[in-house]
Design a protein around this ligand. Structure first.
Ligand SMILES: Nc1ncnc2c1ncn2[C@@H]1O[C@H](COP(=O)(O)OP(=O)(O)O)[C@@H](O)[C@H]1O
Ligand SMILES: [Mg+2]
Length: 323
């Protein structure tokens, strides 16, 4: 079905959170966690989502899985309107999209054996017992958990093994789409690579489509086909991985890449990261949200918000003065 169009089409998506109240009970307004984003995720690709903490990456991932409700906009999943699904239709669609998060193991019931933990989604789906058992054993083997360990409890495993078990649980329902939200950030650097490679192997073997959320630009370069850069709730640049790393267009992308740690000590990162703190998503700057930190900002940047515009065949950038 390679020519069946993108798996996911996001259009003008927004998510506002109530900002709470101050000490005198006055409402602090809305947090614009996701502010008008539009993009596609193609079948079988890994689209990475990068940006500083708090820019809305997890919120966007959760919107795509209908774990939270959008404020406005639409999401089409495999040709169907996900935002309009309700009740039984939504329940039946849920196995198709799954989440792997930072510390999946922390959510396991400590009193359940890991075979039961991985089996649980299949039981909820009403699959017959024999089918469930085979599937659980083969999937645990796929993620590198030995057959003789499947009757153990979560605490008997290391953090890396628990993450593998979390991956097995996410994949047991044969999803088409998986949001990997900082899937290796909680792991020891020494085992991050193994788990990243496992995710890539599983993608190939099961034909999965990934949204890979990470703040680690080295991991992202290794895993992704395309990269979307988020700043304060908006996508400022999206394009093929190699192109974006070799020729970033948006000043924010350039700053992120300049601050990336280098392999060799003599190539220390330039301390060129844009100055200042990230403005609040509760009271975002006018015009281009990046203009308060941008080294090339002009008067128009504080007045007009630039939309994502094509820059080359596969690349899009939201900047009045790209490159
Ligand atoms: N449930 C929530 N209620 C209120 N604000 C939230 C909630 N979840 C996230 N936010 C806010 O939305 C913004 C984006 O958060 P998040 O998506 O977690 O960012 P990231 O994953 O990029 O670090 C932040 O300002 C955060 O404080
Ligand atoms: Mg997050």
């Amino acid at each position: 079905m390679a020519d069946a169009g993108p798996l996911i089409e996001v259009r003008s998506l927004r998510k506002n959170f109530p900002g709470g109240a101050n000490a005198w009970g006055k409402s602090k307004g809305m947090v614009q966690a996701v502010a008008d984003v539009s993009f596609d995720i193609r079948r079988g690709e890994t689209l990475a989502l990068v940006g500083e903490s708090g820019c809305g990456k997890s919120t966007l991932g959760r919107l795509l899985l209908r774990l939270i409700e959008s404020t406005a906009g639409s999401i089409s999943f495999d040709g169907r309107d996900l935002t309009a699904m309700t009740g039984e239709t939504l329940r039946r669609a849920r196995p198709d999209f799954q989440l792997i998060f930072q510390d999946s193991g922390s959510a396991f019931n400590p009193r359940m054996r890991i075979s039961a933990i991985v089996e649980e989604p299949l039981r909820i789906m009403g699959k017959p017992a024999a089918e469930r058992k085979d599937k659980v054993l083969s999937l645990l083997q796929n993620v590198g958990i030995d057959r003789n360990m499947v009757d153990r409890f979560p605490h008997e495993f290391s953090g890396g093994q628990r993450q593998r078990i979390g991956i097995a649980r996410a994949l047991v329902s044969d999803p088409k789409f998986v949001v990997c939200d900082e899937p290796v950030s909680a792991l020891d650097v020494s085992i991050q690579g193994q788990v990243v490679n496992l995710l890539m192997d599983l993608q190939r073997d099961f034909g999965l489509t990934y949204l890979f959320v990470s703040h680690d630009l080295r991991v992202v370069r290794h895993v992704s086909d395309r990269v979307a850069v988020m700043y304060l709730g908006g996508i400022v640049e999206i394009g093929p991985c190699k192109e974006l790393y070799e020729r970033p267009r948006h000043p924010y992308t350039k700053a992120l890449l300049a601050a990336m740690p280098r392999k060799r000590r003599e190539e220390q990162p330039k301390p060129a990261f844009v100055g200042g703190d990230i403005p609040s998503a509760r009271n975002p700057p006018s015009g281009c949200r990046f203009h308060t930190r941008c080294p090339i900002a002009q008067p128009v940047c504080s007045q007009e918000r630039p939309s994502l515009r094509p820059d080359g065949a596969a690349h899009q950038v939201a900047c009045h003065f790209p490159d």
